[in-house]
Design a protein around this ligand. Sequence first.
Ligand code: OGA
Ligand code: NI
Length: 347
Amino acid sequence: MAATSKLLLSDQVASGMKNVPSNYIRSISDRPNLTDVHISSSDSSIPLIDLQGLHGPDRSHIIKQIGQACQSDGFFQVKNHGIPEAMINNMLRIAKEFFKLPEEERLKNYSDDPSKTTRLSTSFNVKTEQVSNWRDFLRLHCYPLQDHLHQWPQNPPSFREDVGEYCTRVRGLVLRLLEAISESLGLQADHIAKCLGKHGQHMALNYYPPCPQPELTYGLPGHTDPNLITILLQDDVPGLQVLRNGKWLAVNPIPNTFIVNIGDQMQVLSNDRYKSVLHRAVVNSNKERISIPTFYCPSPDAVIGPAKHLTLDHPAVYRSFTYAEYYQKFWDRGLATECCLDLFKAD
Ligand code: OGA
Ligand code: NI
């Protein structure tokens, strides 16, 4: 029992294992089937959009590209996004350092209560799930920064300062993208930002240890993101897969780019024009992997529904609801493949 008495997966793995423990093993019909995955080349991957000219004469062209990607893939990558390479590399380094801290140091942050705004945990929701996922994660709320900073880890020593600066820069990128996405839908540039109440920003530092039998389990099984829009930073180890035309597509990491994906709230606001697409994280037998998603979201009291302007030709697909109501449903039901959105359809 020594291995399983560890709270975190990384510490179980570090104490040695030849096989995946039984609580991580998926039923045969629910395994990742890693040989049936499309490996993307630069041509077949999700669109890569250069944001260089977003505030210049190319704006309308770039907005068109963004709108097209939101509609057809629900995912795109961005380069020349304005966040310095040194800050990106530093963020990845700090995440790695955090997960290498001694067990007792990391465990100071441990909680299995999803309502806690700063917490280290493992898998997805250990209180409710049947099968575990091959992941440890640190979750942080990060907007408004000063409301949360005092709860964050102080080790590594520069954690609060460096991660705080990163959050602020990523928020700036999100706000620019929200203007572009609003315009791509034919809405006023500030339309989406105005729907979000006081706004919210969460982040996860995901740590996926090497896995002795990656064909039996997931880092994260297929899911859509419940928030508005996600900005994912990943290291150079592949693992993210996106569903396209019924097939899983492996997205190869490109240094110094972010992956952007549409979340459930954007699908609602756009009245189904833009798609919150299923994606998953798989693991591998020889390399650990770090990914750092920023989840931008409405504040809990914000009322979300399809934009009026987009219900003129097409009746509203969804009823209005508060983000708090949606988010509660998401955590309660776990990462089920059927999207949570179906529970909020208009009658
Ligand atoms: C997520 C997610 C993908 C990854 O945290 O919601 O989809 O590659 N992560 O870690
Ligand atoms: Ni996700």
